[in-house]
Design a protein around this ligand. Sequence first.
Ligand code: NDP
Length: 464
Amino acid sequence: MQEFDLFVIGAGSGGVRCARIAAQNGARVAIAERRHWGGTCVNLGCVPKKLMVYAADYGREIDDARSYGWDVTRGFHDWAKLIDAKDREIERLNGIYISMLQKAGVTLFTGDARLVDSDTIEIAPSDLAPEVQTQTVRAKNIVIATGSTPHRLDIEGAEHAIVSDDAFHLEDRPERVAVIGSGYIGVEFAGIFAGLGSSVDLVYRQNLPLRGFDHELRAHLAELLPINGIRARHSTSPERIEKVEDGYRLHLDDGVVLETDCVFMATGRRPNIASLGLDRIGLKTVDGRIAVNAKSETNIPNVYAIGDVIDTYNLTPTAIAEGHILAERLFGEPGREWSFDTTPKAVFFTQPLASVGLTEEEATRDHDLEIFTSTFTPMRQTLSDRKGKVLMKLVVDAHSNVVLGAHMIGPDSPEIIQGLAIAVTAGLKKRDFDRTIGLHPTSAEEFVTMRSRTRYVPSASGTV
Ligand code: NDP
């Protein structure tokens, strides 16, 4: 039987990083993947999504270009061509992942891996490799990095809905789409479909989209939805989906019935752990996620879990960081520090939204705050008819002057906030922002020119 120092189950962002760093530190490493090399991010998430966001943006930019003198018209968008080009790029990336692992000396298994006991793994045939023989191997350490899958609401007719996995491979673009859920995926795909010409309803149960983000950003996003041709159906939940001759009817609990060609459920993701045999080894889970401590250790010695299967951020860069730290701790010299508390987040809507650090609501629990905001029309839009203002916001501790959070909605906000994430991670003060000279003319310079505070917010706890 083959024996390894480390066996990683799942070749997504976290698993691949963990395997590669362990192998580079001299460990004998194997990795198993049952579906796609590169996992969700590369195949059914960040990468194809961003390519589709670009596709939608190009359409809008053709309209803008006319205002700048170009004699161009939008014409027809070829959905099949986009999907085909996207698939070719992803196939290329799959190959890169495989060769990167092979170059690092990692042994690759294609198939469905499950735990037989805490040091034995069985790899059975999967859809990706139906012809392989079932194999059994041993490993001193096992990392579970099997990611997550879109979750369908348990309502009548749920089987008629698509989820994000399906959206990347639709044969045609639906003319009418009803998106359920206003988290990352719902908001991003509402922007993609609307940008490509579909009529979009965004259905969500809160009064504002994107629960968890700063309240002011959420309110600003709600204003941008109709500007981008998206009908916001807020404060309502879906009750059932009915198949009709020319599409579907989505019945909402406020009595509204939406006629649509496609119901898209973007209602969260759940860990892929059902087939792993966790019960067999008594591995502890909480609410369907693997329970780990801060060192990614489960309750079974030498079995670890990282990425979407645990209850942290569900973001690619955090899964990568978790995999990297774990591999270094097990086989190398722990060196690099990572600041999970200041993990930046972005939602790639038509006007993308990005945040780092605390929201005003989070910060006000323990801090007296000075809030600085700026709202303006970006210069790029001045000659065009495009609507939608930029909002920037800094959340600052009123006593220490430390910038606790930076938030933005508007063009290039993820690129800008990634830079500011360094400042927030470093604990820089508002006066450091103030003494920084702006880069003119940019939108980003507004972050260093916000001189007068918009408001003072005393701590909600009143104890500061
Ligand atoms: P989210 O958790 O972000 O959003 C889920 C949405 O579904 C929310 O609007 C939620 O409402 C709603 N919902 C959940 N249950 C119900 C219900 N029973 N009835 C009505 N509405 C419901 O999940 P997503 O699917 O959008 O994304 C999954 C994860 O993937 C994200 O958390 C993120 O970590 C990751 N991701 C990151 C991206 C990025 O970094 N840009 C892009 C895409 C995904 P409510 O708010 O009321 O709970």
